[in-house]
Design a protein around this ligand. Structure first.
Ligand code: KG4
Ligand code: ZN
Length: 394
């Protein structure tokens, strides 16, 4: 089955085409035929975070070129013509720029050999999600293929479950499989909008064990970065400074709080940590060395809380596999600390992480998650599907 995945929930415009077969965790395999992604991060950097209407405009401008690139890579961009039914105008009435671009696309190219379109419907920024959904609807109508509605967080869960063989030469089109792993599966989902511990006793069944009561961990990284005068997205910047502090043996002479670490639950809170950094920075504008020390202490505090809560969940629920997903899972220090803790405490649980380049938002994860819905003919009704900024797993 060939799936075209579309992701526009935040500031990445992404389209991916995969060819997949088999069942989950058994004989599943897939090939990436084409993958194209455009990050808007540098555009949003001036606002210190993602600006929803700007994200929407950029997605509308870039979706068609990104689709063309992904299909071209898949060798499925055939000259020809697609008859575009009249309803498409109505579907895209709120996206005039996308409407014009898709009209030009249909006038130039024929239908690719796609069996299904998978699109993110939430969680995320609703104006941004809607562009992707309306784009998927228009393609579905013109190509007469069904749509699958994908939860973005399920995409982040699936990414670490795919076997990523670094030793193998990364040839385009190579066959990839799933890791062999055991349930219960504990997912630590850490991104710009989420911080959650989720338990799955079987595939696609989710129980949220704990979540943040205020800021998400990625949001805390981004806000602290801003306080230190670092550009958006702040996660990689803080991490870079923290690494420099560790290798230069620079250590803060203060401790930041470890919020909720010892509370008898699996919830998180990161707003206080950011406020603590704000107080320090406002009292005394930090020198470059002090910035390094703050970044290190902040990353230590975050890692300690995430690891502590994850270990508690592993013990309480007897997890056999732990995955870390979402943009913050690109953080090598957090990965390392979690791997150490799982090893040291002899939990017997295996840790799986995505390769850093696939930790942040992409359309491959949406195509993969979409495939398992399509396998069960779990299709969405194009006429009634909606964006849901607060969509939850479960
Ligand atoms: O999953 P993602 O790409 O988008 C959302 O769905 O939110 O996550 C983006 C978040 C941003 O807050 C970014 O600062 C953070 O992931 N991030 C990191 C790192 N790389 C990205 N945070 C810490 N360390 C990193 N290396
Ligand atoms: Zn994400």
């Amino acid at each position: 089955m060939r799936i075209l995945g579309i992701e526009t929930s935040c500031d990445e415009t992404a389209v991916c085409v995969i060819e997949a077969e088999g069942n989950f965790n058994a004989d599943f395999s897939f090939r990436v035929l084409g993958n194209s992604l455009l990050s808007q991060a540098s555009i949003h950097a001036q606002y210190g975070g993602v600006f929803p209407n700007l994200a929407k405009r950029e997605h509308a401008k870039n979706l068609v070129p990104i689709l063309e690139k992904a299909l071209n890579e898949s060798e499925m961009l055939h000259q020809g013509q697609t008859k575009a039914p009249a309803e498409i105008g109505g579907m895209l009435s709120r996206e005039p720029e996308l409407s014009a671009r898709i009209g030009e696309y249909f006038a130039k190219y024929g239908k690719p050999k796609i069996d299904c379109i998978a699109v993110t419907v939430g969680p995320g920024l609703e104006p941004a999600l809607w562009v992707g959904i309306n784009f998927a609807r228009a393609l579905s109508k013109a190509w007469s293929v069904p749509i699958v509605a994908v939860n973005h967080m399920e995409g982040h869960v699936i990414m670490p479950l795919v076997r990523h063989d670094d030793s193998e030469q990364k040839t385009a089109n190579r066959k990839q499989e799933m890791q062999k792993f055991k349930f219960p599966l504990l997912s630590l989902l850490i991104s710009g909008g989420h911080t959650e511990l989720v338990l799955s006793r079987e595939w696609r069944k989710y129980e949220i064990l704990g979540e943040t009561r205020d800021d998400a961990v990625g949001e805390a990284f981004d806000k602290v970065a801003r306080l230190l005068g670092l550009p958006y997205p702040g996660g990689p910047e803080i991490s870079r400074l923290a690494l420099e502090a560790r290798s230069s043996k620079l250590e803060a002479n203060f401790n930041l709080p470890r919020p909720m670490l010892n509370d008898d639950n699996l919830d998180f809170s990161f707003a206080g940590l950011k406020t603590a950094v704000r107080r320090i920075v406002e009292k005394n504008p930090p020198s470059q060395d002090e910035k390094l020390k703050i970044a290190r202490e902040f990353e230590d505090a975050v890692a300690e809380v995430l690891v502590g809560k994850t270990m508690r969940a592993v013990a309480e629920r007897g997890a056999r596999t732990v995955i870390v997903g979402g943009g913050v899972s690109a953080n090598t220090y957090i990965r390392l600390r979690l791997a150490e803790a799982l090893e040291k405490e002899g939990s017997g649980a295996t840790l799986l992480v995505p390769p850093p380049e696939l930790a942040t938002d992409n359309a491959l994860m949406i195509a993969l998650a979409g495939y398992f819905h399509a396998l069960k003919s779990d299709y969405a009704d194009s006429a009634t599907m909606r964006a849901n900024g607060n969509l939850r797993l479960g």
